[in-house]
Design a protein around this ligand. Structure first.
Ligand SMILES: Nc1ncnc2c1ncn2[C@@H]1O[C@H](COP(=O)(O)OP(=O)(O)OP(=O)(O)O)[C@@H](O)[C@H]1O
Ligand SMILES: [Mg+2]
Length: 294
């Protein structure tokens, strides 16, 4: 995505603003239309990690393409840091990982990231250094000199991510970055997103992995058939602020009842007792370890 680190046009502008966005696709010979995005209005503040959720076909990728000016809206408008989506300079401050990235397979990973870095206006030493740093961040250094056409699916996602961050954009748009990525890769992406947030960047991310979205997002919107059906901050999710989970050695039934009674005497309730899950992930990550792609 062509870009250079340009300051946002207006400090008070939203990172992303969508107003009454509509997209109809012609899907039949007789002018039959499919409304992929249906009067979508949304505001995402700078510095937020924002999740766009929804079932397959609910309009997430279409919304992103409208925002980036890659598709023309049927109605409504989008802006990036106050700049209308249809203007090419709206994309200067943006890094984009498409849902199904197409990359030149005859380049090596390093050449590919360098190519995008050059398109983004980087030059001289910053070009090679920037490309190397981005590749390192996505843990692809060991595979950087291999041809992109021979990369596995998850490796393509990683190099796509390096291409999206190489010019240090203010806004990063990631359309299902974890699709096809292994658990260590998914954890790396979550870390990267949080690092970018700590640097003050804004991140718009789509994913079907709700638990991971809950970990990284400040706010989410849920789309269904192109319509916004929910918008909220993670911090406001019910039961988040006033509940705690503890992991204990298993209690025999008698002691569990004693614990329940002890809590009840203090006006507190034990809401659930369950065996912790996510053990498979722990075992997997312990055994496989943090491995560089090569
Ligand atoms: N170029 C197109 N022409 C016709 N229909 C399209 C086109 N692009 C998308 N659509 C339709 O628009 C709807 C929304 O698609 P979109 O790709 O935005 O969904 P999504 O929420 O990203 O889904 P997924 O989770 O599967 O990626 C779908 O019904 C899709 O078939
Ligand atoms: Mg999609």
């Amino acid at each position: 995505m062509p870009a250079s680190p340009v300051a946002p046009q207006s400090v008070s502008a939203a990172a992303i603003e969508l107003q009454g966005l509509v997209k109809d696709f012609a899907i039949g010979l007789r002018g039959v239309k499919l409304r992929a995005v249906d009067h979508l209005t949304l505001r995402i503040e700078p510095g937020q990690v924002f999740g766009l959720l929804g079932p397959n076909g609910s309009g997430k990728s279409t919304t992103i393409k409208l925002l980036l000016g890659l598709l023309a809206p049927t109605a409504g408008r989008g802006t990036i840091f106050g700049v209308p989506s249809e203007r090419a300079d709206a994309r200067r401050t943006v890094g984009y990982l498409p849902e199904a990235p197409y990359f030149y397979g005859h380049l090596t990973g390093f050449e590919l990231v360098r190519f995008y870095a050059r398109l983004s206006g980087l030059g001289g030493r910053a070009l090679d250094e920037g490309a190397r740093a981005a590749i390192d961040r996505v843990e692809m250094t060991g595979a950087a000199d291999r041809l992109v056409r021979n990369y596995s699916k998850g490796m393509l996602q990683r190099i796509g991510l390096a291409q999206a961050i190489v010019h240090q954009p203010q806004l990063l748009i990631l359309d299902e970055p974890t699709a096809g990525v292994d658990p260590a890769g998914a954890a790396m992406i979550a870390r990267l997103v949080l690092e970018l947030k700590a640097e003050g960047k804004t991140v718009l991310i789509t994913s079907h992995l709700l638990a991971q979205m809950e970990e990284v997002c400040d706010g989410v919107a849920i789309l269904d058939r192109g319509r916004l059906i929910y918008q909220g901050r993670m911090a406001d999710l019910p039961g988040r602020g006033n509940r705690q989970a503890m992991v204990l050695d298993a209690l025999p039934p008698g002691e569990l009842e004693e614990l329940r009674a002890w809590l009840a005497a203090r006006g507190r309730a034990l809401h659930s007792v369950e065996t912790p899950r996510a053990q498979l992930e722990r075992v997997y990550l312990e055994r496989v370890g943090k491995q560089e792609q090569s």
